[in-house]
Design a binder for this molecule. Structure first.
Ligand code: UDP
Length: 331
């Protein structure tokens, strides 16, 4: 029997999930990856498949899940995570945050495993408090286009906390703010892959609204470090994880133009409904309980991310459709 601790990572073929698989394998864990590949991509974890300390289940966590033998930790990261994705697959988004988390919590209880769930800054909605602290309850439109994601994640937090208070389950809740890095999907509609994809294809960059809305972008390695520390901490209330350096989307688009050294212009499109006006995490709590703060600046992070996308086969820059969804979706 291996002495390695076993960890299940749902959404393991996704952007964050795959980086977490890498990290936990490097830390000496046995990693069980699970993904239904609706938005995840095997290419993100192909390099792990030959490893003995990695196994992969292609499975939908919204249906009953079973893992044989011991299990010590669960990271629930399965979910569509971009506005385009959850507009396209709203019901799956709701299911993975509700039925999916219920299955993970049930499994954690059965195995006496500690579970960390991926929550989001979207629980704060279009925030009226700035920067956002964990004590803020949010400003969410439940029936708007983002409602399926925001409410699924809010339900997920409530359900997880109920398993903690009622069953004594060991829980951790990460409220993840905008994160970027290699392995994002170029066609997921989020600002960073959208801008880089446009620059690579020689198209104009599309800024929504007048670009005065703000976000705060965290490089993936920093986020993974925060998740790792949170999982191993003894803190069971929600913790914000993100980079507090705030920028307007227009300035961000200009940074990408500069980085990619292209002649692209910026064009303006309508601001999507309920697009948050501002977002910046207050990370005092993470600093206090985890001794964590981001260390990778935007210049360094963006250049690593750009190098990744630039090195992809050119055909991938042009894969803009969402065909891949249709074959997997059950309503
Ligand atoms: N955005 C944009 N152009 C794009 C894609 C996104 O201006 O092609 C804007 C979007 O309206 C939002 C910001 O960039 O204000 C960040 O969007 P993203 O989808 O990355 O994340 P979220 O809105 O969920 O924070």
């Amino acid at each position: 029997m291996s002495a390695r601790k076993k960890i299940l990572i749902t959404g393991s073929a996704g952007f964050l999930g795959s980086h977490l698989c890498d990290r936990f394998i490097n830390e000496g864990f046995h990693v069980i990856g699970m993904d239904n590949l609706i938005t995840g991509r095997m290419a993100n974890i192909e390099h792990l498949l030959p490893k003995e300390e990695f196994e992969f289940y292609r499975q939908d966590v919204s249906k009953f899940i079973h893992i044989p033998g011991e299990l010590h930790y669960i990271l629930h990261f399965a979910s569509p995570a971009s506005p385009i994705d959850y507009l396209k697959i709203p019901i799956q988004t709701l299911k993975v945050g509700s039925l999916g988390v219920h299955h993970c919590l049930g499994l954690a209880k059965e195995k006496k495993a500690r579970i960390l769930i991926a929550s989001t800054s979207e629980v704060y909605g279009d925030p009226e408090v700035h920067p956002q602290t964990e004590s803020y309850w949010g400003h969410v439109n439940p029936v708007g286009p983002r409602g399926v994601y925001d409410e699924a994640k809010r339900f997920q937090e409530a359900m997880t906390m109920a398993y903690h208070t009622y069953h004594g389950l060991e829980i951790r809740i990460a409220r993840i703010f905008n994160t970027y890095g290699p392995r994002m999907r170029l066609n997921d509609g989020r600002a960073l892959p959208a801008f880089i994809g446009q620059a690579l294809r020689g198209e104009d960059l599309t800024v929504f609204g007048d670009g005065s809305q703000t976000r705060s972008f965290c490089y993936v390695d920093d986020l993974v470090e925060g998740i790792y520390r949170l999982l191993l901490s003894d803190y069971s209330q929600p913790v914000n994880l993100g980079n507090p350096e705030e920028i307007t989307i227009l300035d961000f688009a200009n940074e990408i133009v500069k980085l990619t050294n292209t002649e692209q212009r910026i064009t303006f499109k309508d601001l999507p409904q309920d697009d948050p006006r501002q977002r910046r995490p207050d990370i005092s709590l993470a600093q206090e309980v985890l001794g964590w703060k981001p260390i990778v600046g935007r210049e360094e992070g963006l250049s690593k991310t750009y190098d990744y996308f630039k090195a992809l086969p050119e055909t991938e820059w042009y894969q803009m459709d969402h065909k891949q969804f249709d074959q997997f979706i059950t309503k």
